[in-house]
Design a protein around this ligand. Structure first.
Ligand code: HEC
Ligand code: HEC
Length: 356
C-alpha cells in the first residue's frame, strides 16, 4: 500500500489492523520512553566498571537467560519482522555489546531503573526503557511486557552490572540469581537485593549514576550547528564506512556497517535523532577506531547533517506533523522542519516495515 494512503487512512481514523498500518491510531499513543538521559561531561581519570567476561556466565538456567540476552543484544536481527523493523542491532549504538563506557553501557543503565519521569508522572522500569529502543531505535514493535526476550535482555544487563560491582567491591562468587519480575524492574530501589559490601559503598542514587553512563556531554558549538558544514565532515570522516548515501554496507544481506538514515535506520522517535544526543555519541565513539578526533564543532555539524535526512516516521505521529512536533519534539532536531526542501515529518518512511 502506498505510504501516503496509509497516512491518509490513519488520519481519517480508519480501522486498519496493526499489521496493516504502521501508524498507531490517535487514541492509543505510544508512551514517550525515549527520555533524554541526564548527560554530564566526562571527568578526567574516571574509572569505569569492568563486567566479567562472557566465559564467566554460569552454566545453568539463569546463565542461559543471560546468554540469550547477549545473543539478542548482539544479533537483534534474529528478531527482524517479529519486533525489529530496520537493519540495526542494539550493539550498533551500545557498543562493545553494551560494555563500552560512554556508549550508553548496559551495566550502568540497569541500576538507573525504575526511573521516575516527571513529564508523565510515571515510573519507567528497565523493561519499559528497553521497549522504547525497540519502538524507536529499532523502528519495530516492542515485545510485550514480561516476554522472554525482555527477561533475557534484562538478565544480560543485570549480570554485566552486578558482576562488575561485585569485582569492584571484592564480593566473591556467582552473581545472585533474581526472579523474572525483579530482573524486569531494574536495580534502582532500596529493596533491590545487593551484597552488603556494595550497599555499604554506594547509595542507590550513586549506583544509578555510575561513571560512563550514557554519552558524555560536550560543549555547545561555537557557531550554530549546520548540516551543510556537516556534510563536508561526513564526506571526510564517515562515508567510507557508512556510505555516501548513509545507507551503511552489507554483504549477503547482513549489515556490517549500519545505516545512519533512510528506511533501514532509526526513526524520528529515537534518541539518536536529537542533534545533541548524536553529537555526544559521535564525538566520543566515531569514527570507529579513531574516535575523540573530531572537534566539538565537527561533531555537532555532522550530527546535524545525519539528523536532517529522511528517516522512518515518529510512531507517535498523530496525523498532524505540527501537533506531533509540538508534543514530542521540543528539543534539538529537525522533525517537522524542511532543511532540504522536504518536510521531514510529512515525508517519512514507514514504521515497522517487513523485510522484502
Ligand atoms: C540507533 C541507536 C540505538 C540502538 C540501535 C539502540 N539504542 Fe538503546 N539507546 C540509544 C540512545 C541514544 C539512548 C539514550 C537516549 C538519550 O541519551 O537520551 C539509549 C538508551 C537505552 C537504554 C537506557 C540507557 C540508560 O543509561 O538509561 C537502554 C536500556 C537501551 N537503550 C537498550 C537498548 C536495547 C536493548 C536495544 C536493542 C533492542 C537498543 N537499546 C538499541 C540508542 C540506541
Ligand atoms: C571505520 C568505519 C567507520 C567510520 C569511519 C565511521 N563509523 Fe560510525 N559506525 C561504524 C560501525 C561499525 C558502527 C556500529 C558499531 C558497532 O556495532 O560496534 C557505527 C555506528 C555509528 C552510529 C550509530 C548506529 C547508527 O546506525 O545510527 C552512528 C550515528 C555513527 N556510526 C556515525 C558516524 C559518523 C558521524 C562518522 C564520521 C564522523 C562515523 N560514524 C564514522 C563504523 C564507522
Amino acid at each position: 500500500m502506498n505510504y501516503h494512503l496509509i497516512l491518509l487512512l490513519a488520519a481519517a481514523g480508519s480501522t486498519l489492523t496493526q499489521a496493516q498500518t504502521p501508524v498507531p491510531a490517535n487514541d492509543q499513543p505510544l508512551p514517550d520512553r525515549q527520555a533524554q538521559l541526564p548527560a554530564t561531561a566526562k571527568v578526567a581519570g574516571e574509572q569505569y566498571l569492568t563486567p566479567r567476561p562472557m566465559s564467566a556466565i554460569p552454566d545453568n538456567a539463569f546463565g542461559d537467560k543471560v546468554l540469550l540476552g547477549y545473543r539478542l543484544f548482539a544479533n537483534t536481527q534474529q528478531l527482524r519482522d517479529k519486533y525489529v523493523g530496520n537493519e540495526l542491532n542494539c550493539i550498533n549504538c551500545h557498543m562493545d555489546s553494551g560494555r563500552k563506557a560512554n556508549a550508553a553501557p548496559m551495566w550502568a543503565a540497569y541500576f538507573a531503573y525504575p526511573a521516575y519521569r516527571k513529564k508523565n508522572d510515571k515510573v519507567n522500569s528497565f523493561e519499559e526503557r528497553v521497549q522504547g529502543c525497540f519502538n524507536y531505535s529499532m523502528n519495530g514493535q516492542a515485545p510485550a511486557s514480561g516476554s522472554p526476550e525482555l527477561v533475557a535482555l534484562s538478565a544480560y544487563a543485570y549480570w554485566l552490572g552486578m558482576s562488575g560491582l561485585m569485582d569492584e567491591y571484592g564480593v566473591q562468587g556467582e552473581v545472585p540469581e533474581l526472579t523474572d519480575a525483579q530482573l524486569l524492574a531494574g536495580g534502582k530501589s532500596e529493596d533491590f537485593p545487593v551484597p552488603d559490601a556494595i550497599k555499604a559503598a554506594l547509595t542507590v542514587e550513586q549506583r544509578a549514576a555510575l561513571p560512563g553512563r550514557g554519552f558524555p556531554k560536550i560543549a555547545e558549538p561555537e557557531q550554530a550547528y549546520d548540516p551543510a558544514r556537516g556534510k563536508l565532515v561526513y564526506q571526510a570522516h564517515c562515508q567510507t564506512c557508512h556510505g555516501a548515501d548513509g545507507q551503511g554496507q552489507q554483504m549477503g544481506g547482513v549489515y556490517n556497517l549500519p545505516p545512519l538514515w533512510g528506511p533501514q535506520s532509526f526513526n524520528w522517535g529515537a534518541g539518536m535523532h536529537r542533534v545533541n544526543t548524536a553529537a555526544y555519541f559521535i564525538y566520543e565513539n566515531m569514527p570507529l577506531g579513531k574516535s575523540i578526533q573530531l572537534t566539538n564543532q565537527q561533531a555537532w555539524d555532522v550530527a546535524a547533517y545525519i539528523d536532517s535526512q529522511k528517516r522512518p516516521q515518529d510512531p507517535r505521529f498523530n496525523g498532524d506533523v505540527q501537533k506531533t512536533k509540538a508534543q514530542y519534539h521540543q528539543h534539538d532536531g529537525y522533525y517537522g522542519d524542511a532543511p532540504n526542501g522536504i518536510n521531514l515529518g510529512q515525508d517519512a518512511y514507514p514504521n515497522f516495515p517487513k523485510r522484502q
